[in-house]
Design a protein around this ligand. Structure first.
Ligand code: ATM
Length: 249
């Protein structure tokens, strides 16, 4: 099945395709908080939005996630890249394509750019090689917009360690691994500024959500404004407060 261009009517339903918005960055950058906040903000403007994560989002991919996180397993760099791509292939086929085809927006916590940064950059497999297997896995599906949260790797590491005392297989990597990942993200932002927008993750969460929404302005259906007040400005909590929860799978 060919991937219709963003915003083009779906040939079967004549419904405009949904948009795929991905959120990227180092663990501890606040990426998941942003994904939850962004999904909420888009829903509050009347859009149907699904919030998903990678690796995961569908049962087979969630099981692959458990394998990838297991610190007791030895997994080589190439096998690791293929496992992320396999989880992604299943998510695309089982969940993303049907939803986008039905006009649903998807906010996705990580996608191909994570593999380019972690396996291509961090593991040193090369971004082009990793892009090749992912083109196969995703049948060429490209996000309509990607927000990369930038944060100094040492800040991200401190937050990750504070969050959980036991680190998973990837979180146990050395600092220079995460430095290479951060550099790879910088290269991705530089190479595709139309799709990939970098935001400073050190800003308060509600400001990051607001800034991310502004980066989606040209994708929103006409009549939907992108300058909504953040929930904090509206006095209803939000990621700056404590009430902005959300299930992400
Ligand atoms: P989250 O913690 O954002 O759910 O991601 C799980 C780990 O998987 C994360 N580890 N760290 N640190 C990043 C890693 N990852 C990859 O290495 N490649 C990928 O393609 C994806 C989707 C995630």
């Amino acid at each position: 099945m060919l991937v219709a261009p963003p915003g083009a009517p779906d040939t079967v339903t004549e419904m405009p395709r949904g948009r795929l918005i991905t959120v990227e960055g180092l663990d501890g950058s606040g990426k998941t908080t942003l994904a939850v906040g962004l999904a909420e903000a888009l829903r509050s403007r009347g859009l149907e939005v699904e919030l998903l994560r990678e690796p995961g989002g569908v049962e087979a991919a969630e099981r692959i996630r458990q394998v990838l996180a297991d610190p007791a397993l030895r997994i080589g760099a190439r096998a690791e890249a293929m496992l992320y791509a396999a989880a992604r292939a299943q998510l695309v086929e089982e969940s993303l394509e049907p939803r986008l085809g039905a006009g649903i927006w998807v906010v996705l916590d990580r996608f191909v750019d994570s593999s380019l940064a972690y396996q291509g950059g961090g593991r040193g497999l090369g971004m082009e090689e990793v892009a090749d297997i992912n083109r196969f896995a995703t049948r060429g599906l490209i996000p309509d917009r990607t927000i990369v949260l930038t944060v100094p790797p040492e800040v991200a590491r401190t937050r990750t360690r504070a969050r959980s005392p036991s680190l998973d297989r990837l979180e146990q990597e050395h600092d220079d691994f995460f430095l290479r990942v951060a550099e790879a993200y910088d290269r991705l932002v530089e190479a595709d500024p139309k799709r990939i927008r970098a935001l400073d993750a050190v800003e308060p969460p509600d400001r990051v959500v607001k800034a991310a929404l502004e980066q989606l302005a040209d994708l929103l259906p006409s009549g939907v404004a992108c300058d909504l007040k953040t929930p904090v400005e509206q006095g209803s909590g939000g990621p700056g407060g404590q009430s902005w929860g959300g299930k992400i799978r």
